[in-house]
Design a binder for this molecule. Structure first.
Ligand SMILES: Cc1ncc(COP(=O)(O)O)c(C=O)c1O
Length: 405
């Protein structure tokens, strides 16, 4: 059972203490970070039978009641792909495949913990704003939990993601003014009607849940840290949660030094990287990228990302949409189906190497955060596709043409 001992928010480049109840109740301006009384006893127990995120409940704000959330989340594979190692030139590369959750993105971790707390509190309706994957994750998680769900998405949301929300019975509010306005509306509606607000960047449970990815990486590497972890940046909590997870492992005495964190943004939407380079705060911009999950022009946790990247001695890199397309293909050839935002971090490896933010000998973990199966339209039909009339002769001729026989 995780006993929270304090909470802070990051403001004006410093941590300000806030009340634990206010933090958990969403009554704080900013995303609160919870603290525990760190000690080796809070580390995951090797004897634990759970291989879901509940394995880490000593570092989650949950008491001992039985878990009610019905979907299994966490324990995603850490893949050492010989093909990707060869192609990237990184002999100690692992892919943390976060597409293996119930709705195929890393958002399922946060949905699970927020809804577990909601079920315990007896809430009826949950809501959040989303570029797409949070909406799918929350819609499906809420439906499975017997809760009403309202999601706020940009007007141009990926149609497949919207259909998945509708299939799970959620109400989808499309906001033509875009994601950041959808976020404002979602926050306002949740306050107005007393709905459970799962919004990333305000609900501390989202960070708490997402930090479990760091705990899994540590366990999967034999209770050891990699040198570098590379993650995509949209609003920022994915990277901030990784940082929190590693910080807490260090505080519990699991290892000496947390890995360097490298955040990846799209060249057409890099407010956090530009601010980091200029040593200033992120300035809102209009996003232009094929990667909808990281098309966030005014990231909610941008300043926290810079804090965490700098504290880890890491950095931020930008990738082109062409880099993202190429990375998506390379990952697919290695058996990892990633949507554009999901392959962005892999795309960033080459840039990070070129900019000497890491070296080829280091132990590197790259996060793949969302699945291509939700965005199949992204892939063109480029490649070998033949149409035959059913005769063996025609088939033989076509196969020979392709030098397959
Ligand atoms: C697939 C995918 N990757 C990465 C991100 C960015 O995550 P964060 O907003 O935590 O930075 C998102 C956000 O929606 C996403 O859907």
């Amino acid at each position: 059972m995780g006993v929270v001992t304090g909470a802070t928010v990051y403001r004006d480049k410093g941590e300000t203490p806030v009340g634990i109840e206010d933090a958990l109740g969403g009554r704080v301006d900013g995303c609160p970070e919870l603290q525990y009384a760190y000690s080796p006893e809070l580390l995951p127990d090797a004897q634990s039978v759970s291989d879901t995120i509940w394995r880490y409940r000593s570092l989650l704000p949950l008491d001992e009641q039985p878990i009610q959330y019905p979907l299994a989340v966490g324990h995603t594979p850490l893949i050492a792909s010989p093909r990707l190692r060869r192609e990237s030139g990184l002999s100690r590369l692992w892919v943390k495949d976060e597409t293996r959750g119930p709705t195929a993105s890393n958002k399922d971790r946060a949905t699970a913990l927020v809804l577990e707390a909601g079920l315990r509190a007896g809430v009826k309706t949950v809501s959040a704003a989303s570029t797409g994957n949070v909406a799918v994750s929350l819609s499906v998680g809420a439906a499975a939990s017997g809760l009403q769900c309202v999601v706020f998405v940009p007007g141009h949301v990926n149609p497949a993601k919207m259909r998945l929300c509708l299939a799970a019975g959620a109400t989808v509010v499309r906001v033509s003014a875009g994601y950041n306005v959808a976020y404002e509306l979602s926050r306002w509606t949740a306050r107005e009607y007393g709905w459970l607000d799962r919004n990333t960047g305000v609900n501390p449970l989202t960070l708490e849940a997402k930090k479990t990815v760091a705990l899994e990486i540590w366990e999967q590497l034999g209770e050891d840290f990699p040198d570098v972890v590379v993650a995509p940046i949209g609003d920022g909590p994915t990277l901030c949660a990784l940082a929190k997870g590693f910080r807490e492992l260090v505080a519990c005495g699991a290892a000496g030094r947390a890995p360097r964190l490298i955040g990846v943004q799209a060249e057409g939407c890099q407010p956090v990287r530009l601010a980091w380079l200029d040593r200033t705060i992120p300035i809102a911009l209009e996003p232009h990228t094929v990667a909808d999950g990281i098309a966030v022009g005014n990231p909610i946790s941008g300043e926290m990302v810079i804090r965490d990247v700098v504290a880890s001695d890491g950095g931020l890199v930008a990738v082109t949409d062409d880099d993202i397309v190429a990375a998506t293909r390379q990952l697919a050839m290695a058996g990892v189906l990633a949507e554009p935002a999901g392959s962005a971090a892999y795309a960033g490896l080459g840039v990070a190497l070129k900019e000497q933010r890491m070296s080829a000998e280091e132990r590197i973990v790259v996060l793949v955060t969302g699945s291509l199966l939700k965005t199949p339209d992204f892939i063109t039909e480029e490649g070998n596709s033949i149409l035959v009339d059913g005769s063996h002769e025609a088939l033989k001729a076509e196969l020979a043409q392709l030098s397959l026989v």
